[in-house]
Design a protein around this ligand. Structure first.
Ligand code: ATP
Ligand code: MG
Length: 556
């Protein structure tokens, strides 16, 4: 019997299905992902991307990528490029690439139209004065003294706003709507402001007056034929204004409609681009792609896969209530994804030499080991084994309590993974009392895979043959912040930084890793998942800890 698992629809899927069923928008489905190119994409954007691109894909529509580039003072082509790279990496394809700046002339012409209709005016008050007149949600605002300027004067001043002769902040174009509206966004919202201090990354110095989000966004949606303009909940209160602007100009029945879902917030991190930029500029992190950053490029460098990120987004779902998601759920997703993919290898962070005294001098054997016991297709490899090996220092204790089941002189038998059972006979120490060598004997009849391997011992430890290992730098990343919700903190967020968010060590790893490429994933047995960093060079392998093995989420 064929089993079909039908997941229940999220509320946006329900809306889209209903619209398509009713033949709305001539049966078209068109979405857009509209990033402002003023920073790198983060995991929150991935949630919007999975919705915007995902829903178009799911219902045979198209999703365009639109750069919302209306504020040149913070935008740059560096961001435009990285955004495209990250979307592709996540596994999505856009129909077209658009730029809000492509519509600057159209937007300008419509603004002129609105002035002519007596629905917009030039205000020469300062930003502070305008803010003071806004009123409160329960008390009406005050009308600007410039509100009733003659149309001709407004047109002349608007033209001047774009010539460069008016300094930044000296005047703005405002829509003339209702200073007493219960919706604050209707109290004569600003449509245009002057920015002369930064040339635009695409239009250079051609424009000096730039449209504001509320005006530009809805019009851009309308120009492009967007049917479902999906964004996050903070835009609910903007929706009436979005509709109002479109209604002023629409020359058909078609309307793009805005729908809002809950933003993604994750514990122990910040996702505001302003704060992330600060972390980068101050050198708190090594760049936008620092593996501690919640950016897509940071997660990629850390070792996250597109599959894990999409799985995570799928698990959290889309609702209409904001909340905070536990980062351990994201970590759970990457563990699940890497489990069948990553080769299991031996790695020792604090190696100590072990000599098997009864093992023949000069002999080498090759121990067959599964590359991934969870995935037979991953095959096997041969690990060299000889008289001198390394083990993790913590697997030996000279004076051990009764319940220590690993190596201790005169103690119980221990299995070397995929090799033999050994027993400790003693150790050697340096002048500081530090153990330098552990001595053991082995039982030649207990080789893994043979009849003798069935003998039960309490513990199995990892090892590396002295000729079967190489050194590698391991970068142990941890949470960037010490508290769950650093964004909620009123003080300086530097107070909350986790000083131990990066620890760099030299480890011994299997030779199997030699020649591994940036992005290759491994599971270090008993330790965690690691991914080769792009800083690696021939002869210098660097791995980032993607995630430890301990799964706090599965426990919950
Ligand atoms: P910031 O305020 O930090 O600059 P932003 O939300 O303005 O970020 P945009 O580039 O404008 O960033 O966002 C593009 C799209 O991604 C928008 O539709 C926005 O709603 C969505 N988005 C941004 N952050 C999140 C988030 N944390 N969760 C879900 N969607 C998000
Ligand atoms: Mg924005």
């Amino acid at each position: 019997m064929e089993e079909t698992v039908k997941k229940s629809l999220n509320f946006i899927e329900e809306i889209v299905e209903k619209d398509l069923r009713e033949g709305k928008n001539d049966g078209r489905l068109q979405t857009r992902f509209p990033p402002e190119p003023n920073g790198y994409l983060h995991i929150g954007h991935a949630k919007a991307i999975c919705m915007d691109f995902g829903i178009a894909q799911q219902y045979g529509g198209i999703c365009n990528l639109r750069f919302d580039d209306t504020n040149p003072s913070k935008e740059d082509v560096e961001y435009v490029d990285s955004i495209q790279e990250d979307i592709k990496w996540l596994g999505f394809e856009w129909g077209n690439i658009y730029y809000a700046s492509d519509y600057f002339q159209q937007l300008w012409d419509l603004a002129v139209q609105l002035i002519k209709d007596g629905k917009a005016y030039i205000d020469e008050q300062s930003a502070e004065e305008i803010a003071k007149q806004k009123g409160t949600p329960t008390t009406p605002g005050t009308e600007s003294p410039y509100r009733n300027r003659p149309v001709e004067e407004n047109l002349a001043l608007f033209a001047k706003m774009n010539t460069g002769e008016i300094p930044e902040g000296a005047m703005v174009l405002r829509a003339k709507i209702d200073m007493a509206s219960p919706n604050m966004h209707f109290r004569d919202p600003i449509m245009y402001r002057i920015i002369t201090s930064h040339p635009h990354h695409r239009t250079g110095t051609q424009w000096k007056a730039y449209p504001m989000y509320d005006y530009a966004h809805g019009q851009s949606d309308y120009f492009e034929g967007v049917t479902h303009s999906i964004c996050t909940l903070e835009f609910v209160v903007h929706r009436p204004l979005y509709d109002w602007f479109i209604d002023q100009f629409a020359d058909s029945d078609y309307r793009p409609r805005q729908y809002e879902f809950n933003r993604l917030n994750i514990t122990y991190t910040v996702m505001s681009k302003r704060k992330m930029l600060q972390l980068v500029q101050e050198g708190v992190v090594a760049g936008w792609d620092d593996p501690r950053m919640p950016t897509i490029c940071g997660l990629r460098r850390r070792g996250y896969t597109p599959e894990a990120i999409r799985d995570f987004i799928d698990r959290i779902g889309y609702t209409k209530v904001d909340g905070m998601i536990d980062v351990s759920l994201l970590e759970h997703s990457i563990r699940e994804d890497l489990k069948p993919k990553a080769h299991r290898v031996s790695a020792l962070f604090d190696p100590i030499k072990l000599v098997i005294t009864n093992y023949p001098e000069g002999q080498k054997e090759y121990m067959t080991t599964d590359n991934n016991p969870d995935n037979e297709a991953a095959g096997t490899r041969e690990m060299p084994f000889g008289k001198e090996i390394y083990i993790e220092r913590g697997d030996f204790m000279e004076d051990a309590p009764k319940d220590f089941f690993r190596l201790t002189p005169g103690g119980r038998e221990v299995r070397l993974k995929s090799a033999y059972i050994i027993q400790c006979t003693g150790c050697e120490k340096d002048e500081n009392g530090q153990v330098t060598t552990v001595y053991c004997t082995y039982d030649p009849d207990t080789k893994s895979g043979t009849e003798g391997s069935k003998r039960k011992v309490k513990s199995t430890i990892n090892w590396l043959d002295k000729d079967g290992c190489i050194e590698a730098e391991v970068r142990l990343y941890d949470r960037l912040f010490k508290v769950e919700d650093p964004a909620a903190y009123d003080g300086d967020f530097h107070d909350l930084l986790n000083e131990d968010s990066l620890e760099v060590k030299t480890a011994l790893v299997e030779k199997h890793l030699e020649g591994a490429q940036a992005g290759d994933h491994f599971q270090f047995l008993k330790i965690g998942y690691f991914t080769v960093d792009k800083d690696s060079q021939d002869g210098k392998l660097i791995l980032n800890r993607t995630v430890s093995l301990k799964d706090n989420w599965a426990k919950k």
